[in-house]
Design a protein around this ligand. Structure first.
Ligand SMILES: [Fe+2]
Ligand SMILES: [Fe+2]
Length: 309
């Protein structure tokens, strides 16, 4: 299992310690978590859970997605696909917990879900056969239930120590989802663990090179939504053009998948063309917002990746 390690306790929302700090994740240490003990086996549909369906519908109409989700038929189609996402109850509760305690993460989870499905429609040849795996996108940041709200909602740059705690959400998410799904091989857990890795090996938690369609779709949706969303640590978010500029530069440097980025640019245009005819324009699309704190670390500014994400 490649040296994944829990640097901090990994706990459920009801404060059960699944894995104590210092545990190296292995078949042996994970076995008790998937043995069927202490897990709520009930499941429910994400879109039928409390206000989730109307929330997604509302967020799709937000200005930052006004072109991407402009077509009502597309919104309907996506909502239809999302309606099939059935999740264990503790996962639904964890996602909804963010609605109250970290609204950015709640909205982000839902929009990454919608955007991942839309990208998949244009990029995955037999997308229908992969729909069950695609439905794992909304759980990618569930590990943030283990990150203190003071860090999630901090309005100034994170310190290295805080950043380390935040970055632990990927391993925490993996463990939580293995437990709730009672399966160490499920796609949702893999996506949670790997969505901050990069194609060139510059990401975390391990710094491995990622070459997996679903993880890469979530990766691009995740970065794009993080850039265009309002965050407590910056007075303004990226606008669409500057966010696309930033993510294009990541593709040029080999961090993320070029085709996914190209298709994201196409989706942000009123006049859309087929992917194989699309050429990325040479001129710059925009610059980061003023006083931007993306990538800034309080006590050390040599950062490889987003401090908040
Ligand atoms: Fe994340
Ligand atoms: Fe995320």
């Amino acid at each position: 299992m490649n040296n994944y390690r829990a640097d901090y306790n990994i706990v459920t929302l009801d404060n059960r310690i699944l894995v104590p700090a210092g545990t190296v994740l292995s078949d042996e240490t994970m076995a008790p978590l998937v043995s069927g003990c202490g897990v709520d086996r009930r499941a429910g549909f994400l879109l039928d859970y409390r206000t989730v369906r109307s929330d997604i519908g509302e967020y799709m109409l937000h200005d930052s997605y006004s072109i991407v989700f402009s077509d009502p038929a597309v919104r309907e189609r996506l909502l239809g696909k999302m309606s099939r996402a059935s999740l264990p109850f503790p996962v639904l509760e964890a996602l909804y917990y963010f609605r109250e305690y970290d609204f950015y993460t709640y909205r982000h989870i839902l929009m990454v879900f919608a955007l991942t499905l839309l990208l998949a429609e244009g990029l995955i040849h037999d997308e229908a056969s992969m729909i069950d795996e695609m439905l794992s996108a909304p759980t990618h940041d569930i590990g943030k239930i283990n990150v203190p709200n003071t860090i999630l909602n901090k309005s100034t740059p994170l310190t290295q120590a805080e950043r380390k705690i935040l970055q632990h959400h990927s391993v925490a998410g993996y463990v939580l989802l293995c437990h709730f799904f009672q399966d160490t091989a499920n796609t949702a857990a893999k996506v949670a663990r790997d969505h901050h890795e990069r194609r060139d090996g510059s990401g975390y938690p391990l710094g491995i090179r990622i070459d997996n369609q679903i993880v890469e779709l979530v990766m691009v949706s995740d970065v794009y939504d993080a850039l265009i969303s309002p965050r407590p640590y910056r007075p303004m978010s990226y606008n669409k053009r500057s966010a696309l500029e930033e993510i294009t530069s990541m593709a040029e440097r080999g961090l993320v998948n070029w085709d996914i980025v190209k298709y994201l640019i196409i989706l942000n245009r009123k006049e859309r063309c087929p992917l194989n005819e699309f050429r990325v324009p040479k001129e710059k699309r925009g610059s980061p917002p003023e006083h931007n704190m993306y990538n800034v670390i309080a006590d050390d500014e040599t950062s490889n990746g987003p401090a908040h994400n």
